[in-house]
Design a protein around this ligand. Sequence first.
Ligand SMILES: NC(=O)c1ccc[n+]([C@@H]2O[C@H](COP(=O)([O-])OP(=O)(O)OC[C@H]3O[C@@H](n4cnc5c(N)ncnc54)[C@H](OP(=O)(O)O)[C@@H]3O)[C@@H](O)[C@H]2O)c1
Length: 269
Amino acid sequence: MEFVILNTGIEMPLLGTGTNTYGKLERRYDGEITGDTSELASAIELGYRSIDTAISYRNESVIGDAVKQSGLAREEFFITSKLPGTPEYTASREAVEKGIAFSLSQLQVEYIDLYLIHHPWDNLEEIVQVWKVLEEYVDKGVLKAIGVSNFDVEQLQYLLDHARIKPAVNQVKSHAGNWNDEVIDFGRQHGVVGEAWWPLSGVDEAARAQLTEIGERYGKTWAQVTLRYQVQRGVIVIPKSHNSERQAANINLFDFELTDDEMLLIAKL
Ligand SMILES: NC(=O)c1ccc[n+]([C@@H]2O[C@H](COP(=O)([O-])OP(=O)(O)OC[C@H]3O[C@@H](n4cnc5c(N)ncnc54)[C@H](OP(=O)(O)O)[C@@H]3O)[C@@H](O)[C@H]2O)c1
């Protein structure tokens, strides 16, 4: 595994597992929570230690259960969760505090490694007010790092201008065909690490064919090549699979290196 050091000094694995359909009926995002921990248990067994969840996914308790059942120490894991960008969780200090307390209790942990504002909303001043509460929880050591998700350049700039503790990460949609480079590059210039969601689902057939061709040189699949591209350029990536063979493939990225020419070609897909 390779790591990136976030602005509060903690290390975050460049590769983690997504979980937004784990522990749910029929693997549907809006499916009923079943409490099934087997998907995450498989990922943990295969070596995943970074886990991405959110209050909106409704499965933080499943994540907490799987972490507990693994028998590994809490410190072995890097857990990300997210506060919804909706009034129920953002309208007041109490609302934000309630969200953090809920995540901690569902995850059954004393601290969360990275806590993100899941979505921006129109009122940038309100976002800063929420951010100030998150900063206090960093001071207390309850949140080890804080960041945002789905922020554009303008929203990120505003927060950078008003934050005491700068956002560590901006988690955005990024895949071949839509790398979202403008905001990722802007973040990089300001110490905000890019993190890619939907890294596989978004890749169309034409891009898959070109990635497959590159992968054949290394004995890797199109999915491994596109995930490798992200980690090689320092973007954190959180693919999700319900299949243990694909989970194993998606973490097996650190024994090959794409050439500069291949990186340039993939950047244009
Ligand atoms: N911040 C946000 O707003 C936001 C939004 C969306 C998602 N996320 C996070 O990002 C994570 C990843 O996104 P995602 O789960 O939507 O999509 P994804 O990781 O891009 O793709 C998941 C799909 O790809 C398949 N897959 C996985 N590995 C594969 C491989 N090696 N080869 C071929 N197919 C493969 C999976 O099927 P199988 O299960 O059959 O393998 C699944 O259907 C989420 O789980 C969530 O944690 C965040």
